[in-house]
Design a protein around this ligand. Structure first.
Ligand code: F6R
Length: 248
């Protein structure tokens, strides 16, 4: 089931989700448990990472008991490439907090054996005890992670071809469209659905149509985000613009 949660703006949404994450980390660490977070890149989670960094600096939130798994990485881009997701996460989140570098997991974009790399990634999630809380954005194609249509509900971490719409949307971060990789490694839909809690963030009018489809269409491979309707604890955190087409 998807529970929509409307916030006055993306910064307040970020504060609410950051508080949930902080509470989870603090409760679990008190009983000596790690918290396993699934993380996303892109423009959407930036206010969330800024708020978590603020809580770390100003309210003593520690990430020493956190293990993280990022959703995806561009195939062919290494950690030094400014557009790689490993670089993005270091720049916008990890270098500002106290997470142990060994607890960070991001698919290896330079892998020469992607089948093995993806299988290892799944095994590492299992070994960590599964994902406690997964952060998601949503693409205009209905992708979650880089699970473009058609992606089935039982898909697992694998190499995928990137949709032209997604490559064009993401080209704003590159010099030009030709530089946007054509494939990526991504957690699968089943990997995401196995997370105990899913918090999807969507902000701005550009997300209104796909948010409506994700919540209202019959679950199908044509809009992978619709599979989230089958999750027992999934919340869509929306600003008024992203929620604008849910009124009827
Ligand atoms: C990012 C990811 C993608 C993005 C989606 C939205 O790790 O997996 O699914 O969440 O493409 O991107 P933004 O937030 O840039 O609109």
């Amino acid at each position: 089931m998807i529970a929509p949660r409307l916030h006055p703006d993306k910064h307040i949404a970020a504060q609410v989700v950051a508080r949930e994450i902080a509470d989870l980390i603090e409760i679990r660490s008190k009983s000596g448990k790690y918290t396993v977070l699934g993380l996303a890149t892109g423009a959407t989670p930036l206010p969330l990472y800024a708020e978590l960094i603020r809580l770390h600096r100003e309210a003593g939130l520690s990430f020493q008991s956190v293990i993280s798994f990022n959703l995806d990485e561009y195939a062919g881009l290494g950690p030094a490439h400014p557009q790689s997701y490993r670089y993005f996460m270091a720049e916008h989140f990890f270098r500002h907090i106290d997470i142990a570098p060994g607890n960070i997991h991001i698919p290896d974009g330079l892998s020469t054996d992607t089948t093995q790399t993806c299988a290892d990634f799944e095994a590492e999630i299992t070994a960590a005890g599964g994902i406690d809380l997964q952060i998601l954005g949503i693409g205009r194609t209905g992708h979650i992670g880089f699970n473009e249509p058609p992606s089935s509900a039982d898909s697992r971490t694998r190499q995928v071809h990137l949709n032209d719409v997604t490559r064009r949307d993401n080209s704003v971060f590159f010099e030009n469209l030709d530089e946007v990789p054509t494939s990526a490694l991504t957690m699968g839909v089943a990997t995401i659905l196995a997370a105990r809690r899913v918090e999807l963030l969507a902000f701005g009018s550009g997300k209104a149509a796909i948010v409506r489809r994700a919540m209202r269409e019959q679950p199908s491979v044509d809009c992978p985000a619709t599979w989230l309707q089958r999750h027992a604890a999934c919340t869509f955190h929306l600003d008024p613009e992203a929620a604008a087409m849910l009124r009827d």
